[in-house]
Design a protein. Structure first.
Lengths: 279, 224, 385
């Protein structure tokens, strides 16, 4: 079918045409180049030469079967893998905001202030709602009550939780519902105003309604933050993300606009995975 | 086309049922078209009546295709090729239903022609019919086999059909102008020709759907 | 199926023997359980029945305050002029003799430590346990944090962990001997004193005072005993702390670190507060265990009799007082029980002291256990994740 002239004519579809950029429209915030990663001192590579660029202020989804390395890659982005003794980057670089994050003068602690993270199992501290959100600022030494109040309110408003909790900020966070707890964790992550928020299967422990609220929140947040989300739920990837990367056995198989991945992927492996044909 | 089966076997069987239903519908539509034409050619009014009655079968099959299609969408959330296959199958079913409707049109006009007795000029329609029915067959074969090239060729065949129809139309008009009596039959014949031309268009649309299923490329309204 | 005969019950027992064996096993297990329970109940009841009359009394304030708040004294038993048997503490006896010089005293016996009360041993035990817990908690929590949070999980660390756990199985008398060797006899332990002993390996005069910093060892002292007990209870505390730390969800550490906390900040603010209840309950159980140990303090700290309470005995001022306070030997309840039960012949005259001491001790242990259980229950309700 290659002889068919495929000059796209989006002008005809009017102003609500969905842009399907193969090239990221906005600027790149994370550049991963030929990244290799190992959990056992380099004996076996969990990630094998991943290269991809993540655009700023967009939602990028990582999909793939369990053990494909998508979570590992996510945790490389804020160097959470440093916490594992035997883990190490075997080759390649990750540049965030143009800076190689494995450079000797990069402090992982500082990096994590810019690259926040939300986890699979919502994990608010057994403290008050207020203290949970203020935690990140407190450990950074912010003492001033007014600054804290402002930051807490802003984070809760941004995470669409303010209306629900503004009258009970002093109550324990554990009294909230699962979905609220996860949104609280998102508020806690964005309270320190990171540029990037990493989400590791943020909805896998939630019911569909709570999931929908988080997804709605994610699409709203990408105005101010770059979001990278790992998900097992492919429908979720189609709903929230602009670009999708498909991983398999530690390799990046295909990385393109989400619409392309789910309508007309280039690789057969991708097609098989997204259409539920995995052996 | 896709050798890899789905992890969910039900998904595969749903898609297979959808295809079978579309194929069954195509068979009935093609048969109706042939019957109505042979009724006209042979002056057999019973055949025409049969076609008009058979149309219900096609209507039921169309509903069933839509039901299966929706069920597959709801249950399995198809994406990529699967999604295109389901949507296009439902579209194709719609087209086939319209083809069957045109078969009914042909049968109705044939009955009217036959009421006043068979006319000589019916023969003129044969090549047109041959092209139209060929297009439909090719489009359906392309759908069953996943043959995009065959599907594209339907589009080319349709250009041929259009040209032929235009010429035929001109000749028929000329005849009507010349003739003083029996012009009514010729007018009906023109309607038949018009239906056959429309069948060709619908076959072309089916071919375009097949191309979309197989390559995700939308070739509608593109000139080849 | 509807017309199947009644005899064909598909669920009827297939083997009587199997059922009999099952019932027999049930009975056997139940028997041993109840046997153990009965033994324990007998011991507790026996102690309570014999000890309660010594500790409690019928009229207000219902507690025999003299027994709790007096120091042990020698008991004198004699027959007075009427042939009546009289029991008196030694101090009362001296006054009695002074007041009634002409009194007829026959058949006089003395029993050491069997009169008075148990205030001295109670205070001593409290001090020993206090010192022990301060040391054990600091060292235990620190090493648990290191083992659980910082140490790499390698063979070396597993060996260390195994070694620590093995310490828990070492007999307490071994700890006693170890403590004697290290804390009492080893001379390189410093004290502040006005009169350095002859054993001192080094003495330094402290300017502007009459005192010396003398490396002469701690001798038999409450600090030596506390340290010995601390080392003995450390494995238990470390294990309990590690368990408590492990019970804190990994998510808390990750969340804290992901927010830009340093490792220590994460531990301090997101791990320790939630491990604290577990650590506390474990330490209270540790206290009950340590409080009851006799062997480790026998050589290192305890003393059967001491006239005054520790703070009355300590001499000097300022740091010298502190040093002297901690380097004096003390009485201790378990050792007191050991002395009055094993070294004093058992008779109707000595039984009140023996039973009373054991009873008070039992009450203390039970109170601590109850405190530990109630604390755990309370925190469980508060900290759920």
């Amino acid at each position: 079918m290659n002889d068919i002239d495929l000059d796209p004519v989006p002008a005809a579809t009017g102003d609500d045409a969905i842009p399907v950029p193969d090239e990221p429209a906005s600027e790149t915030i994370i550049e991963i180049e030929n990244l290799g990663f190992s959990y056992d001192h380099g004996k076996t590579e969990t990630l094998q030469g991943i290269s991809l660029e993540i655009p700023k202020n967009m939602v990028t989804a990582f999909i793939g079967p369990s053990g494909c390395g998508k979570s590992t890659l996510l945790r490389c982005l804020n160097r959470m893998n440093d916490l594992i003794d035997t883990a190490k980057v075997t080759r390649g670089t990750i540049k965030i905001l143009g800076q190689d994050i494995h450079a000797p003068d990069v402090d992982a602690i500082e990096l994590r202030k810019h690259v926040g993270m939300v986890f699979q199992k919502y994990n608010p501290f057994p403290k008050s709602i207020y203290e949970n959100v203020a935690y990140g600022l407190r450990i950074q030494g912010v003492q001033k009550k007014s600054t804290l109040n402002e930051a807490v309110e802003r984070a809760l408003v941004q995470s669409a939780l303010w209306e629900e909790v503004k009258d009970r900020l002093a109550d324990s966070a554990l009294g909230l519902s699962g979905g609220q707890q996860q949104r609280l964790c998102i508020a806690r992550a964005i309270a320190v105003q990171p540029q990037i928020v990493l989400m590791d299967e943020p909805c896998s422990a939630l019911d569909p309604i709570a999931t929908a609220r988080i997804e709605d929140l994610i699409t709203e947040l990408c105005e101010n933050y770059t979001i990278v989300i790992v998900t097992h739920n492919m429908q979720q990837a189609t709903r929230v993300s602009a670009r999708t990367a498909f991983f398999y056995l530690g390799e990046l198989i295909e990385y393109a606009a989400t619409d392309k991945i789910f309508v007309k992927p280039d690789k057969k492996q991708t097609e098989d995975y997204v259409s539920g044909r995995f052996g | 086309m896709d050798e890899t089966p789905h992890t969910l076997k039900d998904f595969d069987s749903g898609l297979a049922r959808l295809r079978d239903e579309v194929v069954a519908m195509a068979n009935v539509a093609i048969q109706n078209l042939e019957e109505s034409m042979s009724g006209l050619m042979e002056g057999n009014r019973d055949k025409c009546n049969e076609v008009i009655a058979e149309d219900e079968v096609v209507d039921d099959l169309e509903k069933s295709v839509d039901e299966i299609g929706m069920a597959v969408m709801v249950r399995f959330n198809p994406v990529a090729t699967d999604l295109r296959r389901v949507i296009s199958s439902m579209n194709i079913a719609g087209r086939l239903e319209r083809i069957a409707d045109h078969a009914v049109n042909v049968a109705r006009h044939s009955r009217k022609i036959l009421k006043t007795g068979p006319i000589e000029e019916t023969k003129m329609l044969e090549p047109l019919f041959g092209l139209a029915i060929g297009e439909v067959r090719d489009a359906v074969t392309a759908y069953v086999d996943g043959n995009a090239e065959l599907a594209v060729s339907v589009k080319k065949q349709d250009d041929e059909l259009d040209r032929l129809h235009k010429r035929l139309g001109k000749s028929l008009i000329q005849l009507i102008e010349e003739r003083t009596d029996g012009a009514v039959g010729l007018v009906h014949l023109m309607f038949v020709a018009r239906s056959l031309e429309r069948v060709g268009d619908l076959a072309k649309n089916i071919g375009e759907e097949v191309v979309f299923i197989e390559s995700a490329e939308d070739i509608r309204h593109l000139s080849l | 199926m509807s017309n199947g005969s009644k005899e064909r019950n598909p669920f009827r027992s297939s083997s009587k023997r199997r059922r009999r064996n099952d019932a027999g096993g049930h009975a056997l297990f139940a028997f041993f359980t109840y046997f153990v329970l009965a033994c324990t109940a007998y011991i507790f009841l026996d102690i309570a029945v014999k000890g309660a009359p010594v500790v409690f009394k019928a009229e207000a304030p219902f507690v025999n305050l003299g027994f709790i708040f007096n120091n042990p004294e020698t008991l004198v038993v004699f027959k007075d002029g009427n042939g009546e048997k009289v029991r008196m503490a030694m101090s009362d006896f001296s006054e009695f003799k002074k007041a009634n010089p002409e009194a007829v005293i026959t058949d006089e016996h003395t029993f050491s430590y069997c009169a008075g009360g148990i205030w001295g041993p109670l205070v001593g035990t409290a001090l020993l346990v206090g010192i022990c817990m301060v040391i054990a908690l600091f060292a235990g929590v620190a090493s648990a944090i290191f083992l659980n949070e910082y140490a790499r999980h390698g063979r070396f660390m597993n060996t260390i962990r195994l070694a620590i756990m093995n310490l828990a199985g070492v007999p307490s008398i071994v700890f006693g001997l170890f403590g004697l060797g290290v804390f009492c006899l080893w001379p390189w332990l410093p004290v502040l004193t006005y009169e350095p002993s002859g054993n001192a390996v080094a003495t330094f005069a402290i300017p502007f005072t009459d005192g010396f910093l003398s490396f002469q060892g701690w001798g038999t002292s409450m600090i030596a005993g506390g340290c010995t007990l601390a080392i003995m209870v450390l494995p238990v505390i470390i294990a309990a702390c590690e368990e408590s730390l492990k019970a804190v969800p990994m998510g808390f550490r990750e969340a804290a670190m992901a927010l830009g906390a340093t490792k220590w900040q994460a531990i301090r603010t997101a791990v320790l507060p939630y491990a604290k209840p577990g650590i506390l309950t474990a330490s209270i159980l540790g206290i009950t265990r340590v409080a009851g140990e006799t062997a480790p303090i026998m050589f290192t700290a305890a003393l059967a009799h001491k006239a005054g309470l520790p703070w009355a005995e300590a001499k000097g001022g300022g740091l010298f007082w502190v040093s002297d306070f901690f380097t004096q030997s003390v009485q201790a309840l378990p050792y007191h029980i050991y002395t009055v039960s094993a070294r004093i012949p058992r008779s109707e005259d000595t039984e009140p002291m023996q039973n009373g001491s054991v009873f008070v001790f039992l009450l203390l242990v039970m109170a601590f256990a109850a405190l530990s259980i109630s604390m755990r229950a309370r925190y469980r309700k508060k900290l759920k994740w």
